[in-house]
Design a protein around this ligand. Sequence first.
Ligand code: ATP
Length: 262
Amino acid sequence: MSTVLEVAAIRTVLAGQRLHDGVGFKVNKGEVVALIGGSGTGKTVLLRECIGLLRPESGQVRLLGESVWDLPPDGLDALRRRFGVLFQEGALFSSLSVAENVDAPLREHTRLSQALRDEVVDLKIRLAGLPPEAAGKRPAELSGGMKKRAALARALALEPEMLFLDEPTSGLDPISARAFDNLLRTLCDSLGLTALLTTHDLDTLWGMVDRVVVLHGGRVIADGPVAEVARIDHEWIRSYFTAHVAARGTADGNGSGNGIRG
Ligand SMILES: Nc1ncnc2c1ncn2[C@@H]1O[C@H](COP(=O)(O)OP(=O)(O)OP(=O)(O)O)[C@@H](O)[C@H]1O
């Protein structure tokens, strides 16, 4: 199985605080991997380091065959066209319609004619599960779930090979959250996409990810299928999963990950 993302020996210090102290993990082609950890453990920061937005103190990020932090600016620009990002708040342009938001990366990075771009925009909006009438609306006129879908449509605009998603279901009601999870999983499976997401949503973990990477105390303490990680006897992991496991009455599973680390 080919590796799409490899993070190695990442050390991060922000505002005098050591956030990551030798973080490493891999994401293979076609996998949907969740990065979990307590608030403030640096999941979002790590995501930003993976996509070339924040430089770590040291360590390597190899994404789609490129060493992110060794690339010249135009190399990083070229790489950015090959992955899509869904930021926590959607980060849509508020003054533009949904269609114009989805069109923005196409206008910036391709030489497609307006007519072709319109067709691509229409396709991406439908792929993201939005009704056609959403195209003309501004983000402020959309529900939270629709905003996430609009942001997903924009992230898909350039036919990415990989998606990065920061807490994709945050702020959604449980039904919209599960619908978004299902959409994401279906898109990844049908388009052959690889995804790395941060989440606090246990239903996302149990329902749609292939593997969980646990960040704690500046390091990856576990990496494996959720059912396997949930059984690990570690204080933080126990407290994170206990309520959910109890509610379901089972932590059974048959994955084959690496189990506890470090
Ligand atoms: N650009 C920055 N400059 C300085 N400090 C930062 C910066 N970005 C994040 N931080 C700090 O780094 C720490 C980790 O932030 P981050 O958002 O990555 O945590 P997180 O694990 O994603 O948390 P949550 O689960 O609550 O979203 C926080 O203390 C945050 O204030």
